[in-house]
Design a protein around this ligand. Structure first.
Ligand code: DHB
Ligand code: FE
Length: 285
């Protein structure tokens, strides 16, 4: 059977992608940020999974106000990096895993989560920046990726509790897939950020660190946090963090197993106008 070996959490700031694409990663502004992912890139080489179930949000690229799926699973064989206004990023095509994606859709929908099944979708910085942070800039991504897009842009967005429970359903789906695949689940977006209005640039380091603490040690309690707390304390776009609860809900300890080990934790301000948070949690086998 397939199993979930680890979960990865990281912000996806588009300026990080631009810094990579323009060769600026060694500049003094960016160097400390990329240094924080050196461990992660090595870890990723040593723990390359067969498939990444990558929870992210689309930023009005594949979807728009015309159509707003709350949860959308990418079932295609491949996904093209999107043109977000400056031309597509020079990153590899994302190779999907239609069989596992279809199995997860089947299982999770039968478990009462309404997924939109997407057979054609371009993927924006929400998906490609985390791949760069964890994998560097290879000629091809090292494994298959199932894109799982969550609406955290246009309210109503899903609650933390619903995301956490969805993660549990994804775990059940993966564990009932009849092939010995090693799967990682990634939660991306966040942390502190507010991109517009009088509070633009708001950063709340204490709140972000507390979120990381609770994501590790008290995910069930964290899942009860209402949207207003995210938005008031750490900015309007901080609501992207509910996606991390999907990945956390898929870990062993919240499904009757042992606590995960923390392989890596990193936090850095600033990146563009926002904070960057990062965690790697491993399931003990
Ligand atoms: C920015 C955009 C994002 O989608 C995000 O998550 C963080 C920062 C930005 O435009 O700076
Ligand atoms: Fe974003």
């Amino acid at each position: 059977m397939a199993r979930i070996g680890a979960s990865v959490y990281t912000s996806h700031v588009p300026a990080i992608g631009a810094a990579i694409d323009l060769g600026k990663t060694a500049e003094p502004y960016w160097q400390p940020l990329f240094e924080g992912f050196e461990f992660s890139k090595q870890w990723m080489k040593e723990h390359t999974p067969d498939v990444i179930f990558l929870v992210y949000n689309d930023h009005a690229t594949a979807f728009s106000l015309d159509m707003i799926p709350t949860f959308a699973i990418g079932t295609a064989a491949s996904f093209t990096p999107a043109d977000e206004g400056w031309g597509p990023r020079p990153v590899p095509q994302v190779v999907g895993h239609p069989e596992l994606a279809s199995h997860i859709a089947q299982s999770v929908i039968q478990d009462d989560f309404d997924l939109t099944i997407v057979n054609k979708m371009d993927v924006d910085h929400g998906l490609t920046v985390p791949l760069n942070l964890m994998c560097g800039t290879p000629a091809a991504w090292p494994c298959a990726v199932i894109p799982f897009a969550v609406n955290v842009v246009q309210y109503p967005v899903p609650s933390g509790r619903r995301c956490f429970n969805l993660g549990k359903a994804v775990r059940k789906a993966v564990e009932s897939y009849d092939a010995p695949l090693n799967v990682q689940i990634w939660g991306t977006g966040g942390m502190s950020h507010q991109l517009q209005g009088p509070r633009a640039g708001l950063i709340n380091k204490e709140w972000d660190q507390r979120f990381l603490d609770r994501l590790i040690a008290d995910p069930d309690g964290l899942a009860a946090m209402p949207h207003i707390d995210y938005v008031r304390e750490a900015g309007s776009e901080c609501i992207e963090l509910v996606m991390w609860l999907i990945a956390r809900g898929a870990m062993a300890d919240v499904n009757g197993g042992p606590k995960p080990s923390v392989a890596h934790r990193f936090y850095h301000v600033p990146a563009s106008n926002t904070a960057v948070g990062h965690l790697i949690l491993e399931n003990r086998q």
